[in-house]
Design a protein around this ligand. Structure first.
Ligand SMILES: [Zn+2]
Length: 162
């Protein structure tokens, strides 16, 4: 005959759980300083390890960052249609070769934004957080030719040779 009912089993588990918690609390109170010191040491060692990891694996870290940047860029390109949006593009229908596509600020101000975010990666990371509507309002894709033609026509950059 089984004399342990379901309720009794629950009671046993509850008591054991409470006892374990009480034991853990007592241990923490008794060794608080030692535990806190150990945690601080762990964080310090982890920081040192991470900073050394960056130095030791500079090449693979750079490669990983590059892949991450390209993934974000691809996401923005997909939202914007993935082709040059200039109606006068030399390639019919707009250039689609990713090697010569560039992100263009529709109303200018790219240089100012670059200063704000520090580098192009920072800028792309910030754009990737925007909604597709905000991206479409702010950016367009142009091929390198169309982008430079726009720069000269709108006098976005002063160049003494043209
Ligand atoms: Zn074009």
């Amino acid at each position: 005959m089984n004399i342990v009912t379901e309720n009794m089993e629950n009671d046993i588990i509850k008591i054991t759980h409470d006892q374990i918690l009480a034991k853990k609390r007592a241990y923490y109170q008794a060794n608080r300083e030692r535990i806190l010191l150990r945690n601080r040491m762990y964080i310090q060692r982890k920081k040192e390890y991470d900073s050394n990891y960056q130095k030791r694996n500079r090449h693979s870290v750079a490669l990983r960052n590059r892949k991450y940047r390209l993934r974000l860029k691809q996401k923005i390109y997909d939202i914007l249609g993935g082709r040059c949006s200039s109606p006068t593009c030399l390639i019919p229908g707009g250039c689609t070769d990713i090697r010569c596509l560039q992100l263009d600020h529709i109303n200018g101000g790219g240089k100012r934004e670059m200063k704000l975010y520090g580098c192009s990666t920072g800028m792309i990371m910030a754009y990737a957080k925007l909604t597709p509507e905000e991206i479409k309002k702010k950016l367009q894709i142009l091929c390198a030719n169309c982008n430079w033609i726009k720069v000269h026509e709108n006098k976005e950059r002063v160049c003494k040779y043209f």
